[in-house]
Write a protein that binds this ligand. Sequence first.
Ligand SMILES: Nc1ncnc2c1ncn2[C@@H]1O[C@H](COP(=O)(O)OP(=O)(O)OP(=O)(O)O)[C@@H](O)[C@H]1O
Ligand SMILES: [Mg+2]
Length: 208
Amino acid sequence: MTTRPGLFVSFEGIDGSGKSTQARRLADHLRTEGREVVLTREPGGSAGAEEIRALVLQGEPDRWSAETELLLFTAARRDHLERTIRPALARGAIVICDRFADSTRMYQGLSRGDLRAAVDTLHALMIGVEPDLTLLIDMDPAAALTRAKARATAEERFEDFGLPLQERMRAGFLALARDFPDRITVIDGNRAPDAVAKDIADTLKAHT
Ligand SMILES: Nc1ncnc2c1ncn2[C@@H]1O[C@H](COP(=O)(O)OP(=O)(O)OP(=O)(O)O)[C@@H](O)[C@H]1O
Ligand SMILES: [Mg+2]
């Protein structure tokens, strides 16, 4: 077997935009091409980070202050990076991560006061890596929220914030894509899953 370098890919976008669906499909696609794929998610992706996931995604919307929440997300990401992402990249796997630091830049950085500077400082201090490629699935927030609400789960702490937040997050993600054009590719999510998946597979080809 030839050794190929690892590749770190993240999926970003508002709730219900199809990140988890497309992350799974991309993982399946790359595995059929013989690549080792580690499909993971945030918050979570390692044993410790999954415990933190329950703390941040369940319960009342005001359970944590914005600052405490940011620290919990950063702690979870650090553990995920140490235990899951770095080891996988080191052995040449493709890591596909369902949300990564861009979600924190948006949800913790923008949604409850302006914590973006704190988010970036903590990221530089404790995480310090970005994905090689970020696929931003962009879509209409009302349609995305309808999709997201159709799934009943206990992890609704953020979905409870509703449509106005989704509108702001969409605009924020698109602004981020303009700030990091080399890393972030915008994918039109207002289409059937097959069409979205093909677009994503084509984008990956340029990187593998
Ligand atoms: N292209 C699509 N067209 C129609 N429905 C879709 C499409 N992609 C995903 N869905 C459905 O919409 C719902 C949300 O999709 P998914 O869970 O992949 O979104 P997500 O971005 O991961 O959401 P969240 O941020 O809440 O985790 C699911 O029920 C999924 O089956
Ligand atoms: Mg999801």
